[in-house]
Design a protein around this ligand. Sequence first.
Ligand code: RB5
Length: 149
Amino acid sequence: MSERKVVLANDHGAVELAAEVMKHLEARGFTVTYLGTDKAESVDYPDKAEEAVIEYRKGGYEFGVLLCGTGIGISISANKMKGIRCALPQTKYAAEKTKQHNNANFIAFGGRIDYPEPVTDILDAYIDAQFEGGRHGRRVEKMMALEGK
Ligand code: RB5
């Protein structure tokens, strides 16, 4: 089986969550390119989003994971970059649907958010779902055509 690669980046608001996510991904057999930060000192989430997308674009990555305090700033930042569909699901259901319907290539979470389900379960729901194509493919194409408007 070919290597399954993920890029992971976070700001200071999600250092612990990043460690948990990385451990989980590695336990699932993924090779994780971790861009940090693993420190409590403040960093700017748009910088981490940009670094992660630049790494992802080098190719070979199945998806990217972005984490900040809420997941909001880092996901909005990533979504400003061409070709990125970064989802911010709060539940397993939403995570599954964002793969099936939106073919999200990045997923974001918040280190300071109380999720109703464990983040690793929400992440698994995304990883294990498949893009359904068909009408959803048409909608994703329309979504991407909005870039730059
Ligand atoms: C950093 O304090 C915080 O603003 C950031 O982690 C994130 O929550 C922004 O959306």
